[in-house]
Design a binder for this molecule. Sequence first.
Ligand SMILES: [Zn+2]
Length: 316
Amino acid sequence: MPEVVLAIDVGGTKMALALVDSDGTVLADDVRPTPAGPDPLEVVAPLLDGVAAIVGQLPASSAPLRVGISSAGPLDGPAGTVSPVNIGAWRDFPLVEQVRRAAADATGRRAVVGLANDGHCFTLGEHWLGAGRDVASMVGMVLSTGVGAGAVLEDELFGGATGNAVHLGHISVDAWGSRCVCGGHGCVEMYARGPAMVATAQARGWTGGDDARALTADARAGDPVALGVIDEGMRALAAGIATTATELDVTTFVLGGGVSRAGEVIFAPLRRHVADFAALPYVRDLEIRPAVLENAGLLGAAALALRLEVGADERP
Ligand SMILES: [Zn+2]
């Protein structure tokens, strides 16, 4: 019988849970709203209720339960704490310990919990079951209100010392650019993220709406301002992609996230600009594939759980 793990995807508006087997089949799932309040324990309470409810469906076992958590960053992987940009109540919040205790209490089994940022889990999911399942190494990217990313190298997640590696959205593509929220200058995200492209278009007189969906729809209809802004945003993303490919020596990139669902109006300029930057022989065949999974983050959290070494988290 394939092993069953618990996968958790923590988002700013909802928290998704699933029991997933080692073939990637979702056996049960649950969604809880993310409370907006300032009390960190009140915010985690629905998630812990969800953990107790879903693991209650597991058959009795004496084997440790493996759990994977995807969360927005920043986070501290080794410490098991999160400070998600989209959940203000959690700052250095010990999410791993909270979930570990809830899962252990509900099952009577030892629980081993892994934590990775949402870009990393997206990449693990697409590598396991999605657009990158035929390659050993790939970079995954999520283009939405921000630009998240992660890398799987030779079938292993490249987490980095703190679990924040391959932060592609905060690669600088303009050393003289204005100040980014991260403290740097001219980061990819400042030009490529959906709200940034919308704000730039509005500043140039575009009145077609107030979100990236409206902007990409107008670009598809030929609106010159929308086309121009998207072209610039994708040039910034392309520079970040070429930099990452040059550093990691990886040529398969998978792009998902809400803005990417607009399709060719995003991918065509992106590929054109990537070809302009990726000139070295070993990155010249760089390929950008659309993501294929609806729930890559959740399945990636399951992949993370399946990679955990049982015993690594043992406590007295
Ligand atoms: Zn930045």
